[in-house]
Design a protein around this ligand. Structure first.
Ligand SMILES: Cc1cc2nc3c(=O)[nH]c(=O)nc-3n(C[C@H](O)[C@H](O)[C@H](O)COP(=O)(O)OP(=O)(O)OC[C@H]3O[C@@H](n4cnc5c(N)ncnc54)[C@H](O)[C@@H]3O)c2cc1C
Length: 414
């Protein structure tokens, strides 16, 4: 703990968002302290990435390293639990079609390499250091941290980026965190070996299997590991704590489309339970601070958007902080633009996520219609291509109109 106590900015949290922001700002010449309470490598959920992550990895200079730890993911397939076949959305069919695959990774490996990349870029990257308190005033930010020896220290900076993920450090301190008003989910998951993969070119697909109470993911990873998890309403997983392995096995055994692929499989490592995780912070910026990634909001993993949205917001945050440290008078305007852009991506995904379990949406996903290139636009959404105006967004609007009309035909309010 005898390290520098003053810097330009503190990045709180060494996951994908924090390590991205820290690397870019350190590379731009800023004095950055990056704090991570755990030590890498450590387990984290969130293993299926999107094609739009690739240009970010390239800009960070880690694309080859990520390729070396990843399984290529050419698309996402959707099925129902009865095992009556699946529908594939291949990224190669996305409207812009620039990035034809993504990666699926063990997060312990990805997060470690991103953290090391931040250190290589010049960030003072500290592990085993937990931020415990923060004071924000007109002239500086002070963060009280505790190291593994139990000793406290206060760090001061001109700016704070909160990248603390679902710990939502500032959201809790400033009482900004709110549960999502309508969407509630919990998840139960584990790694398995010996799981049957899709055939041929689809072997790297993420599979999403819908059932009455939720949906299951199957994510192929390296070394014959497959990540499998069930996402349900929190009530469905009540009473599971303490018997996670048995509960997951029972749940998966009841779904023919999953059970078939698990016929020769065995669980590797513990099963884990995550309680209701759908939330958002009422604000994502304030004087001398901003939030990136899950520190601001997380809704649901069904479209594997979490890591991409986290890293993209971190890139934008890095640009903003670099600018504001140079020209503080621009802070309010830059923060407003940042919040608008982050919300745009979040809202596009949220619209689909909040309707994913409805029967009408299930049908539209199972039997995609490419009239007006709507199916390709949904593939673009699944690739993460939701920020650019134009082509994709217009076609997603057409999809939403078709969805509304189908809902009315089904006798439900849109
Ligand atoms: C069940 C489930 C499945 C998911 N599946 C996917 C998926 O397939 N694909 C996908 O893209 N996303 C998925 N996600 C979402 C994904 O996990 C997150 O969106 C992503 O990890 C966000 O990155 P982040 O850097 O914002 O936060 P995190 O990755 O959570 O990193 C935050 C870091 O901050 C550290 N930290 C927290 N508090 C402190 C503190 N006080 N002091 C110091 N350090 C601190 C933590 O230890 C952590 O390392 C899933 C989420 C859930 C719940």
């Amino acid at each position: 703990m005898s390290k520098a106590t003053r810097c330009d900015l503190i990045v709180l949290g060494g996951g994908p968002a924090g390590s991205t922001a820290a690397a870019l700002l350190a590379r731009a010449g800023r004095r950055v302290v990056l704090l991570e309470k755990d030590r890498h490598p450590r387990f984290h959920i969130g293993e299926s990435l999107l094609p739009m992550n690739l240009p970010i990895f390239a800009r960070l200079g880690v694309l080859e390293q990520v390729a070396a730890i990843g399984v290529e993911k050419p698309g996402a397939d959707f099925a129902d639990a009865t095992d009556a076949g699946h529908t594939t959305y291949a990224f190669a069919r996305a409207l812009r079609g620039e990035y034809r695959y993504a990666f699926q990774v063990k997060r312990a490996e990805l997060d470690q390499l991103l953290f090391q990349n931040a250190a290589r870029a010049g960030a003072d990257a500290r592990e085993g250091v937990t931020a415990r308190d923060v004071q924000l005033d007109d002239s500086e930010v002070r963060v009280t941290v505790r190291g593994e020896s139990g000793e406290d220290q206060t760090l001061s900076a001109r700016y704070l980026i909160d990248a603390s993920g679902r710990d939502t450090f500032l959201g809790n301190k400033l009482r900004l965190k709110e549960n999502h008003p309508s969407h509630r989910s919990a998840a139960l998951f584990a790694h398995f070996s010996g799981v049957a993969r899709r055939q041929g070119d689809e072997a790297g697909n993420i599979s999403i299997v819908r059932f009455d109470d939720g949906w299951v993911w199957l994510i192929p990873l390296r070394e014959d590991i497959t990540s499998i998890g069930a996402v349900c309403r929190p009530e469905r997983l009540e009473g599971v704590r303490g018997r996670e392995t048995e509960a997951l096995a029972e749940l998966l055994a009841g779904l023919p489309a999953v059970a078939r692929r698990l016929a020769s499989a065995s669980q590797v490592g513990p099963a884990r339970l995550t309680g209701n995780y759908s939330y958002r912070s009422r604000a994502m910026t304030g004087p001398r601070w901003l939030m990136v990634g899950d520190a601001h909001a997380f809704i649901d993993p069904v479209f594997s958007s979490g890591v991409y949205l986290a890293m993209r917001s971190a890139e934008r945050a890095a640009e903003l902080v670099h600018d504001v440290l140079h020209r503080p008078e621009r802070e309010a305007a830059l923060q407003a633009a940042y919040a608008k852009e982050v919300n745009k991506g979040l809202e596009e995904f949220s619209w689909f996520i909040c309707r994913f379990m409805e029967p009408t949406m299930g049908r539209l996903f199972a039997r995609p219609n490419n009239l007006l290139k709507m199916e390709q636009a949904v593939t673009s959404l699944l690739s993460g291509d939701v920020f650019e105006p134009g082509l994709v967004r217009l076609r997603l609007l057409a999809f939403k109109a078709v969805y509304g009309a189908s809902r009315r035909r089904d006798g439900a309010s849109p």
